[in-house]
Design a protein around this ligand. Structure first.
Ligand SMILES: [Zn+2]
Length: 264
């Protein structure tokens, strides 16, 4: 079975001690690959060293909203830095590029950095994705209207994913119209996430990807623990139950969706 984790911060220190063992357990569960998103410019080098150490791992280049406050570059220089790093990674190694997206980037209304400061950094990365002809991994917390406005202005021709989607069916359908897929994570394991569970039970399965967002987003019953890609089958199982379809169908279709979106 081709389980695929479309969003996993596997380079983070939380996995420093046992990354190989965690990956071995993931593979035993049928996981075929995972994507490690970029979060900050100083992080990219190690991220891609890791990506090139394991055939199933892929990387993205981006600046996450939480790291915008510590940027030493102007937004236009961030766009240039993204393009340079992707170009560098594309030349590296044999076979198809292991650098498959721009991101994660976006807007977050839950942090101290003002949206006005986050916005030009997000826009610069969308423009870089256009130039590179890559899909985008989007982080959006409590500002779907603003993110959709930006995506209408700078519409990525290769689409992308709204990672860790939560929201109404109306919001979901607007993203799908913009050419985006939705990342389904541990949020749906919580009964209280009723609106998001309903949305993700109803939108077309070919618009959904599975993701752990590990080490963040612990599942219901695992609060306070490190989240791990090895728990991804529980997300697949929950989604299958919500939709009333076999879990194998969820795993196969979402895996195909991820490979199609990211050209893997
Ligand atoms: Zn993330």
């Amino acid at each position: 079975m081709a389980l695929f984790d479309s969003h996993c911060h596997f380079d983070f220190d939380a996995f420093a001690a046992d990354r190989a063992q965690v990956w071995a357990r993931c593979q035993a569960l049928g996981m075929q690959g995972l994507i490690i998103p970029g979060v900050s410019i100083p992080q990219w080098r190690n991220l891609f060293a890791l990506v090139h150490s394991e055939p199933g791992w892929f990387g993205a280049v981006g600046v996450h909203p939480w790291w915008v406050a510590e940027l030493a570059l102007a937004p236009s220089d961030v766009g240039r830095a993204v393009i340079e790093r992707v170009t560098h990674e594309r030349k590296r190694g044999a076979g198809p590029s292991r650098c498959i997206a721009v991101g994660e980037c976006g807007l977050d209304a839950n942090i101290d950095t003002p949206l006005a400061q986050q916005l030009p950094v997000f826009e610069a990365q969308l423009c870089a994705a256009q130039e590179l002809s890559l899909p985008v991994i989007v982080h959006c917390v409590r500002c779907h209207g603003e993110v959709q406005r930006v995506l209408k202005n700078i519409r990525p021709q290769k689409g992308g994913v709204i990672h860790a989607f939560s929201g109404s069916r109306e919001i979901a359908e607007e993203y799908i119209k913009l050419g985006f897929t939705l990342g389904v994570g541990g949020t749906i394991t919580y009964q209280r996430a009723a609106k998001t569970r309903k949305t993700l039970a109803e939108v077309p399965l070919d618009k959904l990807l599975l993701e752990s967002d590990a080490p963040d987003m612990p599942h219901a019953g695992r609060q306070g623990e490190r989240n791990s890609p090895e728990y991804l089958p529980a997300v697949a199982q929950t989604l299958a139950e919500l939709r009333g379809i076999p879990v194998d169908t969820v795993i196969a279709q979402t895996g195909n969706n991820a490979r199609a979106l990211f050209g893997i």
